[in-house]
Write a protein that binds this ligand. Structure first.
Ligand code: HEC
Length: 134
């Protein structure tokens, strides 16, 4: 009788560990994508290619959504809030680009830029090439 309960519990625990390890491995990829996409958004903004700004904004919003879900699974509510704000600002950036609103695009970019540093100060350790989650 006992064995039939213990086995599923062990399996479930194994899955949970795999899921966490998997998203930690994904995390660095998301961040590289975030950095590259933010670079694209900045370039597009400078050259006034609003449709590219809108694309970059939507892509960033999707990435920050995943980042937020990651931190929510770790119960780090400060990081969840920062990611959520960055997601909102990315959606704002896309909407402002579609509306051709320069001032709103600039302020959305500033909010996104601010989110990087705030979260890195709180939750990133190590140095370039070997950053870690803390
Ligand atoms: C909610 C938290 C959070 C936000 C917001 C955030 N980062 Fe990160 N970032 C991290 C953590 C934690 C790491 C370290 C873990 C890692 O590198 O995988 C990291 C690592 C990185 C890395 C190093 C990736 C690697 O592994 O080489 C880059 C580049 C980066 N972030 C860029 C950005 C940029 C640009 C922004 C803003 C547009 C941003 N991040 C926003 C948490 C965040």
């Amino acid at each position: 009788m006992k064995r039939t309960i213990v086995l599923p519990v062990l399996l479930a625990m194994g899955f949970a560990v795999c899921v966490i390890a998997q998203s930690e491995a994904d995390y660095s990829g998301w961040m590289k994508d975030v950095a590259a996409t933010k670079g694209k958004a900045k370039k597009a903004l400078d050259s006034k290619s609003n449709s590219d700004v809108a694309d970059a904004g939507s892509h960033l919003a999707g990435l920050f959504k995943q980042v937020g879900a990651f931190w929510s699974s770790r119960n780090a509510s400060d990081a969840v809030t920062i990611a959520k704000n960055a997601e909102t600002a990315s959606n704002d950036l896309a909407a402002a680009a579609k509306a051709g609103d320069d001032a709103k695009m600039q302020s959305a970019m500033q909010t996104i830029n601010g989110a990087c540093g705030t979260c890195h100060m709180a939750h990133r350790e190590g140095s370039p090439g070997s950053f870690k989650i803390k």
